[in-house]
Design a protein around this ligand. Structure first.
Ligand code: CA
Length: 230
């Protein structure tokens, strides 16, 4: 998943970017409102974290401009303590959640994960599709309650596919949401990862959970389960 962080305090911006990358997100950064507007309008981001006090263009103006352009990704705002008017303005302009500075990075990450899940229509942290359960909190996978070991990168690919279970995800879409730099994208690498995931998810080749859609992309074949039980 790809996250944009718009924050003008350099240390906080770099700290957040590296924490989010460690958590497996692709991260775009902007240090002012104008660059943030460009990034949120031009890049296929899944969520934005926006400081409200920004140079050039305030955080509330930024959110208003994105929403006016029809950009619907979730937005989490960062506010200074005590500025409740800004918080309210941000929420009314279409922000989805907020955190008051100073905050714990782990809380920010938990809120980002919850917003991403909810925006894809998932109410809880476990993605359940057919016999597979992907736990987005512990980043673990199970099939019929039996754990399956996957690498951090395999997890990222599978999370995106299961988050959008039942829908065809093109190779371009998948790589744009997994990598922040065009130069890192390599569809051969993705094909290798998909091949490995298929062997791990379905060693006996009986379920075909990750379908190839006419050479253009992939579809996680099992749609989300209605039941909320394990
Ligand atoms: Ca600021």
């Amino acid at each position: 998943m790809r996250v944009l962080v718009v924050e003008d305090e350099p240390q906080l911006l770099q700290g957040l970017a590296s924490s989010l990358r460690n958590e497996g997100f692709a991260v775009d950064v902007a240090a002012n409102g104008r660059d943030g507007l460009f990034a949120g309008s031009e890049y296929p981001i899944d969520l934005a974290v926006v400081d409200l006090g920004l140079p050039d263009l305030s955080g509330t103006e930024l959110i208003g401009r994105w929403r006016a352009e029809g950009r619907t990704f979730p937005v989490l705002i960062l506010t200074a303590r005590g500025s409740w008017e800004d918080k309210v303005a941000g929420l009314e302009l279409g922000a989805d959640d907020y955190l008051v500075k100073p905050f714990h990075t782990q809380e920010l990450i938990a809120r980002i994960r919850a917003l991403l899940r909810r925006s894809a229509g998932w109410a809880e942290s476990k993605l359940r599709c057919g016999p597979y359960v992907l736990d987005t909190a512990s980043k673990s996978l199970a099939r019929d309650s039996q754990p399956i070991e996957i690498t951090a990168f395999e997890y990222k690919v599978l999370e995106y596919l299961m988050m959008h279970a039942g829908r065809v995800v093109s190779k371009t879409e998948l790589s744009e949401h997994l990598y922040e730099d065009d130069g890192d994208r390599d569809s051969n690498v993705l094909e290798v990862i998909i091949g490995r995931l298929r062997r791990k998810l379905d060693p006996d080749r009986e379920l075909n959970p990750v379908e190839t859609a006419r050479g253009h992309g992939y579809r996680f074949r099992f749609e989300r389960n209605q039941s909320t039980r394990d």
